[in-house]
Each structure stands twice: as C-alpha cells, then as structure tokens.
Write a protein that binds this ligand. Structure first.
Ligand code: PY5
Length: 306
C-alpha cells in the first residue's frame, strides 16, 4: 500500500516539503532502532479535524523517551501544538499521525547518550489498518511462534522503533501462512497482544484483556475501550489469558490506533465467527466517540482549528 503523500512534514521545528523530509544514512536510530514513536489519528467531526487523545499520546511519547533516556528537545505543549499545526497545514479532515523522536547523525557507538535527538511529525490519510472487510466481519489470526518482548529484555511499555522487529517477524509469519494478524504470547506462555494491537476476549458476558504485566502495551485505544465497555454496563477484567481461552471465547476483538476496533473471527483455525453483540456495541460506540457524536467522550477530542 503506497503512502498517500500530503504537502508538509514537521521536522525539528520547521514545516518541510514531503519529498524533502530526509535523514542521513548514518543516523543512529537507522542502525540500532534507538527511536521512540507514536501512532495517533485525527477524525473528521462537525468542528473540523479532532485529534483523538493527543495529549495522552504525546505524554506516552515522553514516557517511552524516558525509558530509553532520550532527551526530547521540545516540551509536550510544543509537540501538541506542532501536531495540530501539521494536521492544519495539510488541510486534511482525517489522517494518521506519526511523531517520532530519533537519534540522528553524529555518533556510531552503541552509547546513545551523546547523539543529537531529532523530532519529526508526519501525517497521511490512512484507511483502517486491517482493512474494511476485517472491520466488518473480523480478522483471521494465528498464534505466532515468536514470543513477545520480555520486560527484562526490552520494555513493552515503551514504543521503541527497534522493538517492532519482533512485531514484523510475527506479522510476516502470519501473512505467509494466510492469516491477517498474529497473536503473541509472552515468555510465560500467556497471551500478550497482537503485533500492533491490544487483544480482548468475551466470555460469559465479561470482557477480559491481558494486563500490561503480561507484556501488553498500555494502549490508549485499550483505555478508551475499557471506559466505553464499562459505561455500556459490561464487566471488564485485566487478567492472564491462555491460548485455549482464545479458542473457547464467545467473542474476541483487538484494538489500536491504526487498526481501530476490529473483531477476531478465527484463532488458529478455531472459528469464533461473525462479530458478536458486545464487540459490535463497543466498536460502534468507539467510532461514534471519535467522530464527536457522544457527549460524554468529547473530552477525548483535541480540535486542530480554534
Ligand atoms: N500494542 C502495540 C504493540 C502497538 O504497537 C499498539 C499501537 C497498540 C498495542 C495499541 O495502542 P494504541 O491503542 O495506543 O494505539 N500500534 C501503532 C498504532 O498506531 C502502530 C501500528 C502500525 O496503532
């Protein structure tokens, strides 16, 4: 899927032309995966584009940076404003937003501390990550043979660029085997998450999602889904899930900024089926919330036009 270009990318304080947003081949992060990033979406609303939980995403970027001891040379307020400005100047109504803080040119040793820190914010129109068919009827998933990060090998709480080689290995394995997405177990064998999404099962009317201590990212969509589900009157539990719990689930779904809220229709060829009622209600409410149609969730929207 080629990228749908827009006009400008924010680069270290300037808005530069899309085709000019380039970095040196000896950038530290290119060699060692030493960057941190975020995935954010802006949705069309009657008041113009609204960035979904922008402040929470930028705060998580700073948390990831703290874990890797990357000193971002901007304040969170500056990056929030820069994100809004980037959406505004590109004149889109909705888009995906990718801020990244990476270590640039200057040092090639493994010690990242002396490296310059560069920050860019790019946006582009991006349809739902796992496809419209998946969104409507659910995706086919496979448990990966690759295990998720162990917290004492690489910290799952950080969105570090290099950490995504683990996701890519699992994603390719699943795609080559004819599935849409991989589910990853942690080193203890409990379900952690998917390659770029959190995971949930529904059993006997209750929603269960793995805790962050199982290796799940503290997803911002996950946090929204938990709030939405509880407001709808469902019980939500953060608890360890076994792969057999996935096979025997009444319903299952995943969530993430890029993927949004997507039903799971199969796990390892065990059929869960068409999206169930709880999945549907949570999904519908999520989409209504991001579009500004639910009064009580309007606090999640950060408008780019003032
Ligand atoms: N788990 C992992 C490993 C993730 O990378 C993501 C987000 C999530 C969970 C969901 O977190 P959130 O709800 O805060 O988005 N993944 C990125 C995204 O933009 C990158 C995907 C290509 O969705």
């Amino acid at each position: 899927m080629p990228l749908d270009k827009v006009s400008k990318i924010w680069m270290d304080g300037d808005l530069v032309d899309w085709d000019e947003a380039k970095v040196h081949v000896l950038s530290h992060s290119l060699h060692y995966g030493s960057g941190v990033f975020e995935g954010i979406r802006a949705y069309a609303t009657p008041q113009g584009p609204a960035v979904f939980r922008l402040t929470d995403h930028i705060n998580r970027l700073f948390d990831s940076a703290k874990i890797f001891m990357i000193d971002i040379p901007y304040s969170s307020e500056q990056l929030i404003e820069a994100t809004k400005e980037t959406v505004r100047v590109n004149e889109v109504e909705s888009c995906y937003i990718r801020p990244i803080a990476f270590l640039g040119y200057g040092e090639m040793g493994l010690n990242p501390l002396p490296c310059p820190v560069n920050v860019t914010i790019a946006i582009w129109p991006w349809g739902t990550y796992l496809g419209d068919e998946g969104l409507a009827h659910g995706v086919r998933t496979k448990i990966s043979s690759w295990r998720r990060h162990d917290p004492n090998i690489t910290p799952p709480a950080a969105k570090g660029t290099g950490m995504y080689v683990n996701s890519s290995l699992a994603k390719v394995e699943a795609l080559k085997a004819g599935y849409d997405e991989a589910i990853m177990l942690n080193t203890q064998g409990f379900v952690a998450e998917c390659t770029g999404e959190n995971i949930y099962i529904v059993k006997d009317g209750r929603i269960i999602t793995p805790p962050t201590s199982a290796g799940a990212l503290d997803g911002i969509t996950r946090d929204s889904v938990i709030d939405i589900a509880r407001d709808l009157g469902y019980e939500v539990l953060e608890a360890n899930i076994l792969r057999s719990d996935l096979y025997l689930a009444d319903e299952a779904f995943l969530s993430g900024t890029a993927a949004e809220v997507v039903p799971i229709r199969e796990v390892d060829d065990r059929v869960i089926g068409e999206p169930g009622e709880i999945t549907r209600k949570v999904q519908e409410t999520f989409f209504a919330a991001v579009r500004g149609e639910v009064e009580s969730y309007k606090g999640w929207l950060e408008y780019v036009r003032t």
